[in-house]
Design a protein around this ligand. Structure first.
Ligand SMILES: NC(=O)c1ccc[n+]([C@@H]2O[C@H](COP(=O)([O-])OP(=O)(O)OC[C@H]3O[C@@H](n4cnc5c(N)ncnc54)[C@H](O)[C@@H]3O)[C@@H](O)[C@H]2O)c1
Length: 310
């Protein structure tokens, strides 16, 4: 019996309307999303909701099954809130295919990598992608939060086609996308990405230089690390730090709840990248953050971080 998750065959299209292929608003015909965790699932959901076909690739069948249920639940949530019509929900679900084999992505003209924030993992993946016979115009994008794009671009033979495309969490809700060209990214790749973000995704792009943390995380992560240090030194509890920033500064979410949402492993990795790039002691993850990562207390994704999630 065929495992429905491990199939790359297109779902029957006989009942579906032809998908829009207007290159002015959606300059890509088929998008691949690699890694279907917190971010990859949101990216796949958001792009599929525009009607553009998406193939999702995960490490193994278990991770693929978890990712698939996150994406489908997200689409259903959008439909139940009326931000997606039932017809668009059905089309989006039909436009998704699922695989654990990178070679199933070769027909895609945009590949978005959203695997863990570990430089070696991403470097290995970009090397493997580069060995595949993609079409000439393919763009290889990374959703990295902090790793300089050039480090991934230069392990490929097409650095002019590698670019940072940094979405925010939760992807279907957040309007911003940072676009990060490396020193070797072509002008054409930047133009196509801007068109895609604005025209197809209806989000707002900002462009940042290829420095660790780009704009948002270069500003945000030091703040989150300071909040962890406050809890670590006993200045206040996590709940009081979060309440203080929510109620005293009108932030929608306190810094420790936000760190839990991002994932404490990801926060620690971004901090390491910033420290590596700029050499500032303040960018080093505090011991409490490291110990929580060691203990798998990663925030929402494991059910407990600075707060508990049932
Ligand atoms: N969490 C956030 O708030 C946030 C926001 C913006 C950007 N990012 C960035 O997005 C990327 C992903 O972060 P996340 O929070 O979704 O992480 P996550 O841990 O939730 O998901 C990562 C997924 O990648 C999969 N994976 C790992 N190696 C793989 C491989 N070789 N092939 C296919 N799949 C693989 C894992 O199985 C996992 O499901 C990171 O670069 C992170 O910095 C995260």
């Amino acid at each position: 019996m065929t495992d429905p998750l491990h199939t790359t065959e297109r779902l029957p299209v006989t009942t579906a309307e032809p998908l829009p292929t207007n290159r002015d608003i959606a300059p890509f015909e088929h998008v691949a999303v690699i890694g279907c965790g917190i971010m990859g699932s949101g990216i796949a959901q958001t792009i599929a909701a525009t009607g553009v076909p998406v193939t999702v690739c995960e490490l193994d069948l278990d991770a693929l099954a978890r990712g698939k249920s996150r994406v489908l639940a997200g689409l259903d949530r959008s439909a139940s809130k009326n931000s997606l019509t039932p017809d668009a929900d059905r089309k989006a679900q039909q436009s998704l295919t699922w695989t654990t084999d990178l070679s199933d992505l070769v027909h895609c003209d945009l590949v978005i990598e959203a695997v863990a924030e570990i430089e070696q993992v991403k470097v290995d993946l970009f090397r493997r992608l580069d060995a595949l016979p993609f079409g000439e115009g393919v763009i290889l994008a990374t959703n990295t939060s902090s790793i300089p794009v050039i480090k991934l671009a230069t392990v490929t033979s097409r650095p002019e086609r590698v670019i940072g495309l940094h979405f925010f969490n939760p992807v279907p809700v957040m309007e911003l996308v940072e676009i990060i060209p490396s020193l070797l990214t072509s002008h054409d790749a930047v133009t196509r990405m801007r068109k895609f973000v604005e025209g197809a995704l209806n989000k707002t792009p900002v462009t940042a230089q290829d420095k660790a943390g780009f704009i948002v995380n270069a500003l945000l992560i030091p703040y989150l690390l300071d909040a962890v240090r406050m809890v670590e030194s006993g200045t206040a509890t996590a709940a009081d730090v979060d309440n203080a920033m929510r109620l005293g500064c009108a932030h929608p979410m306190g810094p420790l709840a936000l760190a839990d949402l991002i994932g404490l492993d990801t926060v620690a990795s971004i901090a390491e990248s910033l420290h590596h790039e700029f050499g500032k002691q303040d960018h080093l993850p505090p011991p409490l953050l490291r110990r929580m990562v060691d203990a798998d207390l990663l925030g929402r994704k494991t059910g407990q971080g600075f707060h508990r999630y049932d």
